[in-house]
Design a protein around this ligand. Sequence first.
Ligand code: CAA
Length: 262
Amino acid sequence: AGSYEHILTSTPKPGVGLITLNRPKALNALCSPLFVELNEALSKYDNDKSIGAIIITGSEKAFAAGADIKEMAPLSFSAAYSDNFIAPWSHLANTIRTPVIAAVSGYALGGGCELAMMCDILYCTETATFGQPEIKLGTIPGAGGSQRLTRAVGKSKAMELILTGKNFSGKEAAEWGVAAKAVAGGHEELLEQAFKTAETIASYSRVAVVAGKEVVNKSQELSLKEGVEYERRLFHALFGSKDQKIGMTAFAEKKKAEWSHE
Ligand code: CAA
């Protein structure tokens, strides 16, 4: 773990990297320097062989209240376009192969909601507050919200949420499929659940886990026929891994698999 200004990193449980967004005075608004640090921390964990899952969380009050409005307010089209503003946010979804769990308490608005939806698994408290309020600022979601929210909840509800900017609760997020689970209780109970899942994932063969993440993500890009073929090819490829032999031999011998991660 490094020392950062806007985030905290730690490994309180073996195999699990925790990243805590930590700009409390701005409700964890996602300024560009924060994303530089987040991307660096994600890559460090991703390259660390001892880490099998990553959790991103915020505080009890805010996961993140959006992209930094004060940073964006004066931005010109030409600066945003030529610097490809917000493009570095795609690092998580495009590059990180280790599963990432978002643990959301409090506000997850705008870019905060988008960051949470970029993660592989989203857990939240029932009382978390999600929303894409960009329309109220005279703009639209810019970090994948219109695409990921629509895939999760369908066109009509996504259109309603994005064009009215109205918030939705963690309980609704889970009912609608934005979140995998809404936890009753506060931030501590939420983190407990996130760690439980992260430790489970980290206990499996890294090769199989990375392949599992890859094929689920392919379902978002490919037709059903192409996706099923892609899955089958990767399934075939895993017969070349040591861990497939280790896992199936252990099952036959009624023993616990000791993964080689190869
Ligand atoms: N950017 C910059 N600063 C922010 C911020 C943001 N997104 N959200 C909150 N802050 C700052 C506030 O300006 C305030 O700072 P000061 O003390 O210096 O005034 C501090 O955080 C605390 O915020 P509030 O006093 O507003 O706290 P509250 O409890 O009264 O309200 C809130 C909380 C409802 C979340 C409110 O802060 C809010 O509406 N925030 C903005 C939410 C938003 O519109 N997000 C979308 C951003 S656009 C975007 O994300 C684009 C994209 O798609 C990439």
